[in-house]
Design a binder for this molecule. Structure first.
Ligand code: LMR
Length: 399
């Protein structure tokens, strides 16, 4: 009966404000509403929402969580670009417990640039209104050290979005430097088990930049092609009339860009090779590949903005497929550092077919690569090599 336990902060051995009352606002609505935090509503206004809006001291969080009888220690999860469109979709699904489990307490770190902090105020109010059973604290900040402190997951979504007419390469010069700083700040502040998923484009090379500017083990860094995989699954389902759940073994190779390659030769529909179910191989080689490749552009042209809800969904799918054992015989697409598998240059962040045992990811080995696929893979890998060369030239990677 949570409502009956109403310890004041003093009862918990903590004061309601930090010493000297220096922080602009200290707030946790759900706790306040239960009478656990008193007399601080006055601090919660737009002008108070400067660099740090509110936070709960770690000691307070752990005491309250133990009061709630949650067995697991909370994990800290950072989302950059938290005030943006993808952030708006992803935060609520994380807060629902869908991603890390219904019994895993979460402290969300909402990270964004200073001008976006007032918008975050509304997001925070709405997150509170979810009355989430797992969300046990929030940190909202534009300070990367604070944003990445103690985190076990970083979802790096924030970047300057692509505008109509721009390709991901155009974004490299603008966005690459964000990831230099973020790589360093994560290495300095995060928990020992931190894992990082880069979503902000050009995500493969941003990931490469972040990874090379941190001293974390390289197998902690991931970039996202699950959006392309999901798009490919949807197109195959539509064409074949099968349910999306019947599509398996669909790997995206290479870069998250129009050069990516959805390997339909190794994919299956209802356990059968795709080419046996969809016998129009020409459609697969042309319309199918092009539709998936151009989907981001099609969404952008229609919405006049980048895909957001589907990108958030794909980021969630990616995290889940990293932390959950993969179905027997299946695989998913994740961009990881190449170890030279399939002849792909070592060190590139490239999308491969990946399997997880729930803890570690591995590249699926021994797949037969059709000559058509090989040509496409060569093309997308060449683009990754080109982006790496540009990033090196820009001084974002050591030579
Ligand atoms: C997408 O694929 O839709 C996103 O990565 C957005 C973009 O810039 O294309």
């Amino acid at each position: 009966m949570l409502g009956k336990i109403q310890p004041s902060l003093r009862d918990l051995g903590l004061s309601s404000r930090p010493p000297g009352n220096k922080l602009p606002g200290y707030y946790h609505g759900a706790l306040r509403d239960k009478g656990w935090i008193r007399g601080i509503e006055g601090d919660f206004n737009a002008s108070a929402l400067n660099n740090r809006v509110f936070t709960l001291a770690t000691a307070l969080q752990s005491r309250i969580i133990s009061t709630l009888n949650m067995n697991k220690a909370p994990i800290h999860v950072a989302v950059t670009g938290a005030a943006g469109a993808i952030g708006y979709s992803i935060l609520f699904r994380i807060a629902s417990g869908e991603v890390f489990g219904p019994d895993q307490p979460i402290i969300l770190h909402l990270v964004d640039i200073e001008p976006a902090l007032p918008v975050l105020q509304g997001v925070i109010l709405e997150l509170e209104d979810v009355a989430s059973p797992v969300l046990k604290g929030l940190v909202a900040t534009a300070d990367m050290n604070e944003g990445f402190r103690n985190i076990s997951w970083a979802l790096l979504i924030g970047s300057v979005p692509r505008k109509p007419g721009m390709e991901r390469k155009d974004l490299l010069a603008i966005n690459g430097k964000i990831f230099t700083g973020q790589g360093q700040a994560i290495a300095k502040n995060a928990a020992k088990d931190v894992r990082i998923l880069v979503v902000g484009n050009p995500c493969n090379t941003n990931c490469l930049i972040g990874m090379n500017n941190s001293d974390l083990p390289h197998d902690r860094w991931f970039a996202m092609t699950r959006l392309d995989e999901n798009r490919a699954v949807a197109q195959l389902a539509k064409k074949s009339g099968a349910d999306a759940t019947a599509i398996s073994n669909l790997a995206i190779w290479g870069n998250h860009s129009p050069t990516m390659y959805p390997d339909f030769y190794n994919a299956k529909i209802g356990g059968k090779p795709v080419t046996e179910v969809i016998t129009d191989e020409n459609w697969l080689k042309t319309e199918f590949v092009t539709t998936v490749a151009q989907r981001g552009t099609a969404v952008m042209n229609a919405r006049k903005a980048s895909s957001a809800a589907s990108a958030a969904n794909a980021a969630i799918d990616t995290v889940k497929s990293i932390i959950t054992p993969t179905k027997a015989g299946d695989w998913h697409s994740v961009c990881v550092e190449s170890d030279g598998s399939y002849g792909i240059e070592k060190g590139l962040i490239c999308s491969f077919p990946m399997r997880s045992d729930g803890k570690k990811l591995e590249i699926v080995q021994g797949l037969k690569i059709h000559p058509f696929s090989q040509e496409k893979i060569n093309g997308t890998v060449a683009e990754l090599q080109g982006e790496k060369a540009i990033a090196t030239e820009l001084g974002m990677l050591s030579k």
